[in-house]
Design a binder for this molecule. Structure first.
Ligand SMILES: Nc1ncnc2c1ncn2[C@@H]1O[C@H](COP(=O)(O)OP(=O)(O)OP(=O)(O)O)[C@@H](O)[C@H]1O
Length: 587
């Protein structure tokens, strides 16, 4: 399932396969409507030349009207079928991508940001609709109509037909000049737009912070730089492309300047009739205009293909699971890292790390900010793919285990909690749809969330907004912990999951967790050492490596960084207590 191995054309063919007949019908009708487009001109020519005797003018007029009506009917019918095919393809493609997102292993999803996935599902798929519904029939008419018109002109008068096509070679040269380096320019433009998009999103998100610090627009360097880069790029492209493009457009419309004097001269010589000249001028002067649409189509197709390449990873049939690896023991399972390394681009954040979490153990991962704790939690839970080495569940590599099995063994509560729009109970039952209300309350009790949910007017039935709106950060975290507990997995990873709770609540949660779920292996990332000092083992992390492992007392007597962290936190706690006492005395 790699982007490189699937050609965009193949992806397009696969997507269109189910709608092939509808689309072919639309294209055939579109081509027929082009033929009818020429018929009125022919009839007009006959009418102007009064080729037919007297009363047949009316007859010709009737045919002319009928041809026009049929042309528009056929064009509408072609549009109807192409739109029908387009919306069906759009619907199925979005469904396929949405299904793939739920079934793809986390490791394969890790490189995609939410923004890039949104862009694929919305923008890239939308381009398919534009292509199928509009561009296919447009292209048929843009290619067909000059061809048929040219053949007609040759039938009328081959010399005038050649004169009408005289500017074609020059127009082609101008077009080549204009399109030179277009692929690179399109890519550059795409990158600049992406940079600008993310800068705008960040700017909008940061508005409350900027207001708080009274900063103006210019202070937001990223947006400023992106806007300037974008502007410079567009100006550079315009300066380069516009002269050749203008020449191309002029040349496509220039045949009238050849046809008119030549035609008039030939009429004066008696080698061309006036009615033929009129028809030749009408057809010849607009002969090459449709080619402009073909040129636009070239850049549209490039964008379409780029989008298809981005979509390709989500359109392959995703395997439900790995038959090769099965995890035999559900309980009593170890979680280990073997020579595990991870880099963000060039920067190594986890460096050849080895560790094993024994079943039922309570582990706390501590260390200075930026040491790599969250990254390690991401690797151990399968959210990030290792750069080298492996994470093992029992003796099976984590990336060989399908998502469903992994989710039955390992639950994670990360720093960013997401709750879905719906009731609290629905959110909790995500982990175990059959869970009874009693089980929900038990999980909430361990997570120290029972009291606040009971205080809500509708309790478990309380509706919360998308992302968990209406609840405080700490409340959201407690719901997320309860949800993870309901999954009843033998392993639980908590990445600063209690960061918003006060010290007493945090300590009560850990105590309750150990008492109620004694067999669960817990790895928690915690900044407050007081809350986790009872852990079976504290793992100290510094600059991507584990430099200490032991009980609180062991580390306090032999690990320098741990001592420093403990003392600074103790002093801070005493200072706060003393301040509070002073305040009370003075009051
Ligand atoms: N997406 C990312 N791209 C590049 N660097 C990153 C990314 N995420 C984290 N880092 C860097 O990796 C290092 C480790 O980050 P990590 O979040 O794992 O540390 P941490 O120990 O959990 O920190 P904290 O205790 O402050 O949460 C940091 O220096 C951070 O700047």
């Amino acid at each position: 399932m790699t982007v490189e191995t699937v050609s965009p054309l193949l992806t397009l063919r696969r997507l269109l396969a189910a709608e092939k007949s509808t689309l072919l019908l639309a294209l055939t009708i579109s081509a027929s409507s082009v033929l009818l487009e020429l018929l009125p001109w022919y009839l007009l020519w006959r009418a102007v030349g009064v080729v037919e005797p007297g009363g047949s003018l009316l007859h010709l007029g009737g045919w002319l009207a009928l041809a026009l009506v049929c042309k528009y009917l056929l064009a509408s019918l072609a549009g109807y079928f192409s739109h029908l095919a387009a919306f069906r393809v759009l619907h199925h493609t979005r469904l396929r991508i949405a299904r793939a997102l739920t079934r793809l292993p986390m490791m394969q999803l890790a490189p995609f940001s939410a923004g890039s996935l949104r862009k694929i599902i919305m923008n890239d798929v939308q381009r398919l609709e534009d292509f199928i519904a509009h561009h296919t029939v447009d292209l048929i008419s843009a290619l067909f109509s000059p061809l048929i018109a040219a053949l007609f002109l040759f039938w009328l008068d081959w010399k005038m037909a050649l004169a009408a096509l005289l500017t074609v070679p020059l127009a082609m040269i101008a077009q080549r000049l204009c399109l030179r380096g277009m692929a690179e320019r399109t890519w550059e433009y795409h990158l600049a737009t992406e940079r600008l998009n993310s800068a705008i999103v960040e700017y909008v998100r940061g508005i409350p912070v900027m207001k708080a610090f009274s900063q103006d627009t210019r202070s937001f360097r990223l947006l400023d730089d992106s806007l300037r880069d974008y502007h410079q790029l567009v100006v550079r492209f315009t300066r380069r492309a516009v002269p050749a493009w203008s020449l191309f457009v002029v040349l496509l419309n220039a045949s009238i300047f050849i046809l008119l004097p030549l035609g008039l001269w030939r009429v004066s010589q008696g080698t061309l009739s006036v009615s033929a000249l009129l028809l030749i001028l009408m057809l010849g002067s607009g002969l090459l205009k449709p080619l402009l649409r073909v040129t636009f189509f070239g850049s549209l197709i490039r964008e379409l293909f780029a989008g298809l390449s981005r979509m390709a990873p989500f359109l392959d049939d995703v395997a439900e699971g790995h038959s090769a690896a099965t995890v035999t023991s559900q309980s009593g399972i170890t979680l280990s890292a073997r020579d595990l390394s991870f880099s963000y681009e060039q920067r190594t954040v986890i460096d050849t790390l080895n560790m094993t979490l024994q079943p039922g153990g309570f582990y706390a991962l501590v260390g200075p900010s930026g040491a790599g704790k969250s990254t390690l939690a991401g690797l151990l839970s399968g959210m990030l793919p290792p750069t080298s080495g492996a994470v093992l569940l029992g003796d099976v590599k984590l990336d060989d285990i399908d998502d469903a099995t992994r989710a039955s063994l390992l639950a994670v509560v990360s720093q960013q909690v997401f709750l879905f729009k719906g009731s609290l109970a629905d959110n909790l039952r995500l982990a175990q749809p059959q869970a009874s209300d009693e089980q929900l309350w038990q999980a909430l009790e361990i997570a120290q969330g029972r009291a606040f949910v009971e205080a809500l007017p509708q309790g478990l039935a309380t509706t919360i907004g998308e992302g968990g709106a209406r609840l405080s950060g700490g409340e959201r975290q407690r719901i997320a912990i309860a949800r993870a507990l309901l999954a009843e997995t033998p392993l639980l990873i908590l990445d600063e999951a209690t960061a918003f709770a006060d010290l007493l609540t945090e300590a009560a949660f850990y105590r309750e967790l150990r008492q109620q779920r004694p067999t669960v292996t817990v790895l928690t990332i915690a900044h407050r050492l007081f809350a986790v000092q009872q852990a079976d083992c504290l793992l100290v992390m510094e600059a991507g490596r584990l430099t200490g492992c032991g009980t609180h007392q062991q580390l306090l007597s032999e690990h320098r960084i741990y001592q420093q962290m403990w003392h600074s936190q103790s002093q801070l706690a005493q200072w706060q207590i003393r301040r509070e006492e002073d305040t009370h005395v003075n009051a």
